[in-house]
Design a protein around this ligand. Structure first.
Ligand SMILES: Cc1cc2nc3c(=O)[nH]c(=O)nc-3n(C[C@H](O)[C@H](O)[C@H](O)COP(=O)(O)O)c2cc1C
Length: 400
């Protein structure tokens, strides 16, 4: 099914075939990969971060550790990988090839330099000259690079973000995207600093700094590199709530297009980011897990969703959830939900709701003849019973 027509998306000055872009990461580490991704239907790609040739990149092995559901599906993914191992000249020779073969796809060059603006200017000029459509400034890698004073070490300092953004803007004519780190207490001062430096767009989020596990037998933190590890970057479904929160905060406060990143595995995740104010989205971990082909389901799913909502492009749902985000204090205290058994699904009498309500709630549920019965005089409407129900048998209705 080709639904591209209805997915045309506006991202700043660009008109994309659809809102689905590849994030700067292993899937964009070579000409061949980006070429294959474009052939499958991705509307654009951000090249794996290019760094000055003098900045030595030596990756460790292993460098990934996934946290999975029992089904094998991914929940979260830690990586301690560094930047592109390819030289600047590799990329300045491949960017023109990709642009020639796919003139209508968005090709963004991710760059990272030291705090010296000259580094950034030089890289920016070279990728612009090669024909990149835009530059994404990586001031957000949380591992390896901050130890050298770059990556998230820059992205956690508003003055550096502002000044380096300005330096890149001064050196180039093409749009500049600043990719932010979630590893800050408040993302807004950093986003404002990027805007003050002249950024044309913001992308968020890079990975969340983490320690994803420890081997109980050997006491080795994971991923273990010859017995030792380091804090890494967390991505995949587990980080979507963090990404959504930050994208909505930026979109609410700053008048720049935002590209949403973090935990997008399907069209539903992408639609949520659009509703939270993103103009387009980037995907990494889901492609590493399932391959480039997931973009087909993303396209057809989003097309059907938009058609069902009676809108013709993703642009028309941008930010529609933002007006519904308020302070906790201004939420309606009188509103209440009431749990009940759904007629359509079957209770297996597992008792999870009873135990949860007894030990973590209000003791408002008891099993009678194998079915949960609710004592609404005790129920506080917290919704824990429906959250723990493995069969989605308990539904919530608004009272009144
Ligand atoms: C193995 C790996 C390598 C990555 N390398 C880069 C990189 O070179 N530059 C960059 O800006 N982000 C990099 N990222 C971060 C991703 O672009 C993205 O921001 C993050 O993974 C969240 O998106 P996701 O949940 O779809 O993976 C990397 C992520 C992973 C998992």
């Amino acid at each position: 099914m080709n639904n591209d027509q209805s997915l045309t998306t506006t991202l700043g000055q660009f008109h994309l075939q659809n809102p689905f872009l590849l994030a700067s990461a292993p899937p964009t580490a070579s000409y061949e990969q980006i070429r294959r991704a474009f052939s499958v239907g991705w509307a654009g790609a951000v090249i794996k971060t290019i760094r000055p040739d003098g900045m030595v990149i030596e990756d460790v092995s292993p460098r990934f550790h996934a946290i999975k559901e029992s089904s094998g599906e991914i929940l979260g993914f830690e990586n301690i990988e560094l930047l592109s191992k390819k030289t600047v000249s590799y990329w300045t020779s491949q960017i023109p090839r990709l642009k020639q073969e796919f003139p209508n796809r968005l090709l963004v060059a991710s760059i990272m330099g030291t705090p010296d603006p000259a580094d950034w200017k030089s890289l920016a000029s070279q990728v612009e000259e090669a024909g990149a459509d835009a530059i994404e400034m990586n001031v957000s890698c949380p591992h390896g690079m901050p130890e050298q004073g770059v990556g998230a070490a820059i992205g956690q300092d508003p003055a550096m973000v502002r000044d380096l953004t300005r330096a890149v803007k001064d050196a180039t004519e093409i749009p500049v995207i600043v990719k932010l780190t979630p590893n800050v207490t408040d993302i807004l001062p950093i986003a404002r600093a990027a805007a003050a430096g002249g950024a044309d767009m913001i992308s968020a989020i890079n990975t969340v700094q983490c320690l994803s596990g420890i081997d109980l037998d050997t006491f080795e933190p994971l991923p273990s590199v010859a017995g030792y590890s380091t804090y890494g970057g967390y991505s995949g479904p587990a980080v979507k709530p963090i990404g959504l929160r930050m994208v909505s905060q930026i979109a609410s406060s700053i008048d720049l297009p935002v590209i949403g990143i973090g935990g997008i595995s399907g069209w539903r995740d992408a639609a949520e980011y659009l509703l939270a104010g993103a103009s387009a989205v980037q995907v990494c971990t889901a492609v590493m897990w399932h391959g480039f082909g997931i973009v087909r389901e993303m396209q057809s799913g989003l097309s059907s969703y938009l058609a069902g909502k009676g809108v013709s492009t993703p642009d028309q749902i941008r930010g529609l959830a933002l007006g519904r985000l308020r302070s906790h204090q201004s939420l309606d205290r009188a509103a209440r939900i009431r749990p009940s058994l759904s007629a359509r699904t079957r209770c297996t009498s597992c008792g999870r709701c009873v135990i949860a309500c007894r030990d973590g709630g209000y003791h408002a549920i008891a099993l009678h003849d194998g079915n949960p019965e609710f004592d609404y005089s005790l129920c506080d409407g917290c919704s824990l019973c429906s959250q723990v129900c493995p069969e989605s048998t308990i539904i919530l209705s608004r009272e009144g």
